[in-house]
Design a protein around this ligand. Structure first.
Ligand SMILES: Cc1cc2nc3c(=O)[nH]c(=O)nc-3n(C[C@H](O)[C@H](O)[C@H](O)COP(=O)(O)OP(=O)(O)OC[C@H]3O[C@@H](n4cnc5c(N)ncnc54)[C@H](O)[C@@H]3O)c2cc1C
Length: 661
């Protein structure tokens, strides 16, 4: 009887939370999706997938063996591909939904549908695209992108796989000369893919031209056996996404036709002569698209985590806020609000920044088609900055959400551990974050120096040498805070550039000096990127077409985001003199008020992310809040609970217990 009452209380608790909502949840959902029509379409696709019993896991993936896990996810992803094709739903459209969440432990075809497809589109010439793209679209070819080797990931020039042109046969000979030249990590390479885009050192006419991409068939298109000269397999269990069969690959003097070199940008002609690309940064396009996709997926993953932790915090009661009074919802604790609300704000900050980079990408693509590549470096740097910041923020945010759920956040059925493991890897792939931030820093230093010399610099970094505008905005207004960010970032770049010069005078070597300043350089890049994200959040909220109520809640979230990141970085603001100790203390006070103000909106805000229970996949975060019932039900699925006494008791425990040792 009392158990029933508890469950009823949880449902009632969330109903009360929703009753306090100050804005139209559906309107905010539309903003999150990018428009009303997109919300409707997303729901339609998600309904189609969720109503199909083939996507349900009878046995939770955590209980499956490594092989069964892979087999089950391949079953689901192939069913998903067929279903989407039957309903004429393009993959790009499906990727804006949450349907991939039916693949609980990753997606063995993800590299095929993303990196491989993008690389073909941007690196293959029109004739090659005609040859391979239709086959890839029909999944006759399943590809992966094989760049990283055991010995080298970040330093692409250090790759050791060779592709030597043989003018006699007009073929390239691919070879892996050392153990460290083994390709290592590509998703789907182990057992799924039958082809790959392989990055290898190109040699022709006795000269090495550096790493170039090649289309390489790895397996027989009918039998799926690996081809002679190709040695491949799976690399073994990872921290997460264990069904993605990340693989290894070696070549033993494996021959491919000359025309398999992807020749959109550079070419090797029949006589072996090399034709270099007109612009060496033209292949940035693929990387930018992939990084923006990562930024989008980071905001979705973080949105899932805050949905789970916020709903749970509304139904969970613990301890006493006032001695002797009933246990409050844990969401009443200010510390809990501080754990969750800034990350709810962060979802929007990441999303709005991604949209801004995407808009810029479209403009740059249009300029490139007219032969103007001027803005390409700017786009490249912004995508690096946003990928680094959003992967770091979402990973930390998900971990905070997990901790905010106490012990239950550690249980697999909460969904939080797998959200963490599938997000933290984005810090490493598509450019390791520290390395990306150092690239951003290089651009900042270069632009700062150019600005000082009166040379032209690109828009996003003009502020580094522009005069301060601090006095123009009312003190501590949003605009003033953005200006404080801008000046602090410029100040840090200036300070670091001076340090770099001093270090150079000592070392007499730019590279050693750079390394000696690299921690400070990473801080420069982080502050610049944070400034960009804050600025995009604010400008989007200020220009958004929304009702007053939705705008008001977004303004509060944006204000919280700005103040939160100022308090986290307060040293930089004090150093630059843009904010005083008193200002920071006033802002901190305001942050605590904002936490209290936004607290009643916490559940409606995460409801606006509109995740279906099936796709959220969490015992703690379901719509109805029946946390304890779900946790208990899920525990019944443990194979250990099939019998009262386990096999291990008879085999090991009993002999020990009876041995009197
Ligand atoms: C889940 C997952 C999926 C992947 N999928 C693919 C795939 O499909 N295809 C593919 O080709 N690869 C893939 N990778 C590989 C990935 O791209 C590399 O792991 C990544 O590029 C980092 O390279 P690395 O592992 O060699 O690390 P390293 O480059 O060795 O980095 C190790 C450390 O050294 C530091 N470091 C390195 N260089 C510098 C520098 N210049 N300055 C300062 N610090 C430096 C880094 O910051 C880091 O802390 C995947 C990796 C993971 C984890």
């Amino acid at each position: 009887m009392s158990e029933k009452k508890d469950l009823q209380d949880c449902v009632e608790e969330l109903r009360r939370e929703r009753a306090q909502c100050s804005f139209d949840v559906e309107e905010l959902t539309n903003i999150f999706d990018g428009g009303k029509e997109l919300t409707a379409r997303r729901r339609e696709i998600e309904h189609l997938i969720c109503s199909d019993p083939a996507f349900k896991d009878e046995v939770p993936p955590e209980y499956l063996s490594h092989e069964d896990l892979y087999t089950n996810e391949v079953r689901k992803v192939t069913h998903l591909m067929r279903k989407l094709a039957e309903h004429n739903i393009p993959l790009r459209e499906a990727s804006i939904t949450q349907v991939h969440s039916v693949l609980r432990d990753g997606n063995p075809l993800i590299v095929h549908t993303s990196m491989f497809a993008n690389a073909l589109a941007s690196l293959a010439n029109p004739k090659q695209q005609q040859q391979w793209v239709p086959l890839a679209e029909k999944n006759r070819i399943i590809g992966t992108y094989a760049q990283t080797e055991i010995g080298h990931g970040t330093f692409v020039r250090g790759l050791e796989t060779t592709a030597i042109f043989d003018p006699e046969t007009k073929e390239f000979v691919l070879h892996s000369p050392t153990i460290t030249s083994t390709k290592w990590w590509p998703g789907g390479l182990g057992k799924t893919a039958n082809a790959a885009i392989v990055m290898a050192q190109l040699y022709t006419q006795g000269k090495c031209y550096g790493p170039h991409p090649f289309f390489v068939q790895l397996r027989d298109f009918d039998t799926h056996h690996s081809l002679p000269g190709v040695i491949l397999g799976e690399i073994g269990p990872r921290l997460g996404i264990n069904s993605q069969d990340n693989g290894y690959l070696r070549f033993d003097h494996y021959r491919i036709p000359r025309t398999n070199m992807l020749m959109r940008h550079s070419q090797v002609l029949e006589d072996g002569s090399y034709v270099k690309p007109i612009h060496n940064k033209l292949s940035y396009g693929t990387m930018v698209w992939t990084r923006v996709a990562i930024v989008h997926s980071c905001s979705k993953k973080l949105a899932c985590a805050v949905t789970i932790a916020t709903r749970y915090s509304a139904v969970r009661h613990q301890s006493e806020l006032v001695p002797g009074k009933p246990e409050p919802q844990i969401l009443e604790y200010q510390t809990q609000q501080y754990k969750l609300l800034p990350h709810i704000a962060s979802v929007f900050a990441i999303l709005f920044s991604a949209s801004s980079v995407l808009r810029m990408q479209r403009n740059v693509a249009a300029s490139i088609s007219k032969g103007n590549v001027e803005l390409l470096p700017e786009l490249h740097i912004l995508s690096c900055a946003m990928k680094a910041l959003s992967s770091q923020d979402s990973t930390q945010g998900i971990e905070t959400c997990r901790l905010a759920c106490g012990g239950h956040g550690y249980i697999a059925s909460s969904g939080l551990p797998s959200l963490y493991t599938s997000t933290t890897c984005t810090i490493t792939y598509e450019g390791e974050n520290t390395v990306l931030l150092l690239q951003v820093a290089r651009y900042l230093i270069k632009s700062y120096r150019a600005g000082l010399e009166g040379l032209p610099v690109l828009p996003s970094v003009m502020y580094l040498t522009a005069p301060s505008a601090m006095h123009q905005s009312p003190p501590l207004s949003n605009q003033a805070l953005i200006e404080a960010f801008r000046i602090s970032s410029a100040n840090l770049v200036k300070e670091t550039e001076s340090r770099l010069c001093r270090q150079f005078n000592l070392e007499q070597n730019f590279h050693y000096a750079w390394n000696r300043c690299s921690v400070a350089l990473v801080h420069c890049a982080e502050l610049h990127s944070r400034y960009y994200m804050c600025e995009k959040f604010l400008s989007t909220v200020e220009s958004i077409r929304a009702s007053d109520r939705v705008r008001s809640v977004l303004q509060d979230l944006c204000r919280l985001y700005l103040i939160h990141h100022i308090t986290l970085n307060q040293g930089h603001f004090l150093r630059s003199g843009t904010l005083s100790g008193v200002d920071l203390s006033t802002l901190e006070e305001e942050m605590y008020e904002l936490l209290a103000k936004l607290r009643p909106q916490a559940v409606p805000l995460v409801d606006a992310f509109d995740f279906r229970d099936e796709l959220l996949g969490s015992t703690l975060g379901a719509w109805d809040g029946r946390v304890y019932e779900r946790l208990y039900e899920e525990a019944q699925k443990s194979p250990l609970n099939k019998t009262d006494v386990s096999k291990a008791y008879h085999k090991y425990l009993q002999p020990l217990m009876k041995s009197n040792l």
